[in-house]
Write a new protein. Structure first.
Length: 293
């Protein structure tokens, strides 16, 4: 089992770190939240006062941070982790950030002789807790096997998407599509209900037909159709609208940089931004159904 520094113990990072402990790894943890540190300490992790302290004498550093500026701050510069680590440590950033920052950190790590991969996740809080996340990994092919072995303690599906930054591009593509088919699913269900159809029956019809998609299959946005979906729990997240807006912004950057006219992605971004502005930022993103009311 490995010695792992885990930096960032929020709604996603906390359960991910807990799963690594359950898998038998030795964890050193750091977060700005004392409560988050105490929760992991109770599971057997060693509490540290800084990211630098956590990263001392470990095999892996795993980061789960809010934005690119935080990832850059932790890894780069004279006080960053890349200046302190050596080739015996592999760094894994599971944050969802812009692809350019991921490439920048990946290139700096390569220059320093340190293995690094950007490995954003898909699946939300429930999958983080269950250890069934999907990881989209960007970085050197030679580094991927040892990263995959570690990630197996937190996820069920682990993909090597390509070189540094490729994980973030894959995440942007995926979540843009997720936003589009969630909105389409909501519109289809509401259209059926207003014409007298039972949303559960309509869902079964579409699941057995060409409209089948993930939103219908495991995350139905209509209340009381799927008992364990956020829609049936007052749209408690889940995956917050705030996070979907962030991810759609990152997807828009990828599209702009690559010259893709992503009209559907832009429309989805505008609709989720409107939903966010109406006070729904902390609710599950499937609550976009209510904009049709």
């Amino acid at each position: 089992m490995a010695r792992v520094a885990f930096v960032g113990l929020g709604n996603m990072g906390g359960p991910m770190a807990a799963n690594l402990i359950q898998a038998g790894h030795e964890l050193r943890v750091f977060d700005l939240s004392d409560e988050a540190l105490s929760s992991l300490e109770a599971l057997g992790a060693t509490r540290c006062a800084s990211a630098s302290e956590a990263a001392q004498s470990v095999d892996f550093v795993v980061t789960m941070l809010p934005a690119g500026k935080h990832v850059e701050s932790v890894y780069l510069g004279d006080d960053g982790l890349l200046a302190q680590l050596d080739s015996s440590t592999t760094a894994v950033d599971c944050s969802t950030i812009d692809a350019e920052t991921a490439r920048k950190v990946g290139e700096a790590a390569a220059d320093a002789g340190i293995g690094f991969m950007d490995c954003p996740v898909s699946g939300g809080v429930a999958a983080a807790a269950a250890g069934t996340l999907a990881f989209m990994c960007g970085g050197p092919e030679l580094v991927f096997p040892r990263v995959k072995e570690l990630l197996a303690g937190m996820g069920a599906k682990i993909f090597h998407a390509g070189p540094a930054g490729a994980g973030q591009v894959a995440k942007g593509c995926n979540n843009m599509l997720l936003a589009v088919h969630m909105i389409g699913t909501c519109e289809a269900l509401e259209m059926g209900v207003r014409n007298g159809l039972d949303p559960a029956v309509l869902s079964e019809i579409m699941l057995a037909s060409s409209g089948r998609n993930w939103s219908l299959e495991v995350y139905n946005p209509y209340p009381d159709v799927m008992p364990n979906a956020p829609a049936s729990k007052g749209y408690k997240p889940g995956f917050m609208v705030d996070l979907m807006v962030k991810d759609l912004g990152l997807a828009a950057q990828i599209a702009d940089h690559s010259g893709v006219d992503n009209a559907m992605g832009k429309l989805a971004k505008a609709l989720f931004e409107q939903h966010q502005a109406d006070g729904n930022g902390q609710r599950d993103f499937s609550s976009i159904l209510e904009r049709l009311a």
